[in-house]
Write a new protein. Sequence first.
Length: 185
Amino acid sequence: MTDDKKDEVSIDDLQNQINKLEEDDAKEMKEENSKNAKVTELELKVEELTNSLARSMADMQNYKRRTEDDKGSFVKFANAELLKQILPIIDNFDRCTAHLPKELENNDWAKGVKQIHDDLLKTLEKLGVHKIKTVGEILNPNLHEALMSGPGKKDEIIEEFEPGYTLNSAVIKAAKVKVGDGTKK
């Protein structure tokens, strides 16, 4: 009978074993949930850091682009300032070559001065400097400065007093001109 007693398990013992198994199961579930929560938390941190890195890289690229733009603008501005100082000399060269006496037109020295003038203008064109068109054009206040008006087609430029120049499409010196006032000659 003692052997039968050994084989017999009491209901209390079974209930205790069930309770222990349920506790172990609950503990494992809790640990699993805790691990899942930590994994989720780590995934969120990785995502946050990835987004932060992407923003930082975009900011760096924008900074690099702005710096290059600023550098280009500075160079253009510096060139424009230098050219503003040189343009009066070019204007004087223009006047000099335009008023060359007939008897000196075939003089080698005069030809050399004209060649220097032409080379200077070609060099400026290569750098993006262009004369503004005037005579026969309609007055454009962004390009021309009207100093006088006289008989002629309304707002049409009839005379240029001083040439104007652009540098890469930006006006660095407006042309000084005379425009028609709409009256007949």
